[in-house]
Design a protein around this ligand. Sequence first.
Ligand code: SF4
Length: 271
Amino acid sequence: MEVTNPDAIGLSEDPSEAKIRLDRCIELLEGAYGPPKRRRSDPVDLLVQTILSQNTTSANTHRAFDSLKRAYPTYQALLSAPDEEVAELIRCGGLANIKTRRIKEALVMIRERQRDRMGAIEGEEKQKDRTGARGEEEREGRGEVGRAERIDLDFLRGADPVEARDFLVSLPGVGPKTAAVVLLFAFQMPLLPVDTHVNRLSRRLGFVPAGASIEEAERILETITPREKYCSFHVNLIRHGRAVCRARSPSCGACVLAEICPSADGAGQKD
Ligand code: SF4
């Protein structure tokens, strides 16, 4: 969307100026960290990982996720396992009982949505072929029959991004940031997740006004960031937030973004 009025997206400067600085920010961060590698991620894996990552470190998230994947070859198997057993496997990441409940409830809701979708597709096919026999053969050929047994989010592929986000945030423990992470990284949908690092740095860099809510920050950043750079901006801003522009002690003197940052040397006092 082309925006010409700064007030329309809550910026204190001309959006074209903000865009120029943001483009330069992406360029400088890619120079420092490289463009993020695109990895194919299973959407349900991503969802489970983001639930596991709540209130813990990346190292613990990976340990907990690896334990789950080793213990359960499928998400159906995880669903059938006793809660205490699952919680024990992910205890290293904290909040084990809550996360177990959230993961299982999310998987049940995904499976129900899959079954609804499969039921609707089968109903349409049977309408077309009144006997139902030929339609079933054709669906088997396309691998649709029996797919409901595998828990996946393939039904979101090609969906409207807002509807897809609405479905994901209806799952327990899934907020707008998690939904945007899954939809951006697994389906390449045009959503820009704003986590704590992206939020802090975007304010210090003056891309987002200090008083903006997370939803407003998302809207502003989605407007001024080139779509093909959502992933790069998100990933590299997080890297930079962890390594240099930390919450309490930003290292402005060693920062590659100092040339475009209005908060250089004053960020520590502003938070
Ligand atoms: S110059 Fe300072 S406040 Fe600005 S991005 Fe770098 S570390 Fe953060």
